[in-house]
Design a binder for this molecule. Structure first.
Ligand code: FES
Ligand code: MG
Length: 570
């Protein structure tokens, strides 16, 4: 077989012991799709399409797909779309994170099993981009990401609305009795009104910016609104770039390196981006054997300013970020902090990209490095006897008045316990207390949902309390805010120290020292540990994916990936 024949449909032939027969069979079935002999000789760009009727954020993918295909054809290759599972954030139970690894496996195996020479990854909603990058990194075929792009904002009276930070803000007002049931009904209909991902710097937007910074998507594409004509042009350019990656292959392992991962952490910090992104970036890097250390995160955080004034931390929305200059403008501001020799999917380095003319920047949305919004990064990792493996606090979204504080723990043993008691009028809780939620981590029955944003108990919110220190092994939506300590590792369900906290214990948070301490003496903790029983259903009582998940999922500091999906160490 000539080199040309080993491409396109001939790639990875099924082995019947007779190669020519295999090729003949493959071509005859491919011909049934109406391809001419000329077309069958072309290299193939696969397009992993995560369109789904259960994913509102991807509803414009049919139009984007056409543009990607156009670009692939322009580049002289044959575009072939294939479906993978999709993860529509708000429609998945118990939590979308549980299915991220499943989508990554689907993506990886279909890239590997089907004949293609390069792949375009079409994703957008929170877990889809990490899943696709994880899968593509493991398959390691030339790959390029195109994201859905953010939704446009909407309006309610004089207020601009964008999912989902405003969802939470108005829900808080409704809970506090400040707005009526009719008003919240009207707002419900106006929060999310176009195709695209959440309109703020939540997880989807953060991951889009990370994909661009890593060099896995084309420059300038992360922030283009979903419905903007530029998004279709970006899709076309992505298809063309994918076709060009075939002859001089650029693989995910060439692009995702220790240095580009560090650049990605920098942009995450400068964005004041989502806490979930730490988990996802750790999982993506982990597929290529690159560790992401939370102690390194803290070093980077101390020297990376917050520059982007977007909700939930600031005032603006993703469409403003796009018009203000997008990811490129932020990267230029932090250029001295970046590794510029990192290769990107275009074949240029990050440095090459940043040499090009920037265009105008709106500094109301993207601050300059000289006058940052905050001198230090948006995220910080905390360590201490309550979280030996680390915990995450989004300090840019937290109340600084609570940064150095000791308080009494009020413990909820599970999500069910929280739901049952949080609004009880006689709940034993005061304003200065610290709310603790146990058993909401990756191995818990709830699978680490975005439940770390514990509601303020009704009896306190009615008195005007807006924020309290809240600690859990859960995650938090990238669109949420508050003094919230997340991802406590190791988690309660496997007997981490979080499981040993009892109501009345004292807990001390110090953001300055980056510590979170349970002020209970070691003997007492040992006594409690000896009577620990995990409340999680054991793997032996589970089946199917649920069982694989329970057996394989790693802790948050390893990206909640599966142990079996880690690279084989030789
Ligand atoms: Fe898809 Fe928010 S629900 S990005
Ligand atoms: Mg989200």
């Amino acid at each position: 077989m000539s080199e040309d024949e080993a491409r396109g449909f001939a790639r990875g032939l099924t082995n019947y012991g007779d190669k020519d027969f295999s090729l003949y069979l493959r071509n005859s079935f491919a011909s049934s799709m109406g391809y001419s002999r000329e077309v069958l000789k072309k290299p193939i760009v696969g397009i992993a399409n995560s369109f789904s009727g259960f994913n509102n954020c991807h509803r414009h993918f049919p139009e984007m797909l056409e543009a990607v295909k156009r670009g692939v054809l322009l580049g002289g290759a044959l575009p072939i779309e294939f479906p993978t599972i999709s993860l529509g954030e708000v429609f998945l139970n118990p939590t979308s994170l549980k299915f991220r690894n499943l989508m990554s496996m689907d993506t990886e195996e279909m890239i590997r099993a089907q004949p293609m020479d390069a792949v375009v990854l079409m994703g957008g909603c929170d877990k889809t981009v990490p899943a696709q990058l994880m899968g593509a990194a493991s398959a390691n075929l030339p790959a390029i990401q195109i994201v859905a792009g953010p939704m446009m904002t909407s309006r309610y009276g004089e207020e601009r609305l964008g999912a989902c930070t405003d969802c939470r803000r108005f829900w808080g007002k409704y809970r506090a009795g400040e707005i009526s049931g009719d008003a919240i009904g009207d707002i419900e209909g106006r929060l999310a009104t176009t195709a695209g991902t959440c309109a703020v710097m939540g997880t989807a937007s953060t991951m889009a910016c990370i994909a661009e910074t890593l060099g896995m998507s084309l420059p300038g594409t992360a922030a283009i609104p979903a419905v903007h004509a530029d998004r279709l042009r970006a899709a076309e350019a992505t298809g063309l770039a994918a076709a060009r990656m075939i002859d001089k292959p650029i693989r995910p392992s060439d692009v995702i390196t220790e240095k580009s991962v560090e650049n990605a952490l920098r942009i995450l910090l400068a964005l004041g981006g989502s806490t979930n992104a730490i988990i996802h970036l750790t999982a993506i890097a982990g597929r290529l054997g690159i560790p992401v250390s939370l102690r390194r995160l803290n070093q980077l955080s101390d020297e990376t300013p917050v520059l982007v004034n977007l909700k939930p931390v600031g005032a603006n929305y993703m469409e403003d970020f796009f018009f203000a200059g997008g990811v490129g403008a932020v990267l230029r501001e932090i250029k001295p902090l970046l590794h510029l020799d990192c290769l990107t999917v275009t074949g240029d380095t990050l440095g090459d990209r940043l040499r090009e003319d920037a265009g105008p920047v709106d500094h109301k949305v993207i601050a300059s490095a000289e006058q940052p919004l905050e001198p230090e990064g948006g995220l910080v990792a905390l360590f201490g006897n309550l979280a030996p493996g680390g915990a995450i606090l989004k300090r840019s979204a937290a109340d600084k008045g609570l940064f150095e504080k000791e308080g009494r723990a009020v413990v909820f043993e599970s999500l069910a316990d929280l739901a049952k008691r949080i609004d009880e009028p006689d709940l034993d809780v005061e304003e200065g207390d610290i709310l603790v939620l146990q058993n909401a981590g990756p191995r818990s029955d709830s699978g680490m949902p975005e439940a770390g944003y514990l509601p303020i108990p009704k009896k306190l919110s009615a008195k005007g309390v807006k924020d309290m220190i809240r600690i859990s092994d859960a995650r938090m939506s990238g669109t949420a805010f508050g003094t919230i300590v997340l991802h406590v590792t190791p988690e309660a369900a496997i007997g981490g120290p979080l499981a040993l906290v009892r109501t009345g214990d004292r807990i001390k948070l110090s953001v300055k020292n980056k510590t979170i301490e349970l002020l209970v003496d070691d003997d007492e903790l040992e006594r409690r540990r000896s009577s620990f029983r995990s409340p999680s259903k054991p793997a032996s009582e589970r089946r199917g994916y649920d069982k694989i998940y329970a057996q394989e999922v790693l802790q948050a500091d390893e990206g909640c990936d599966f142990a079996i999906l880690q690279p084989v160490r030789t």
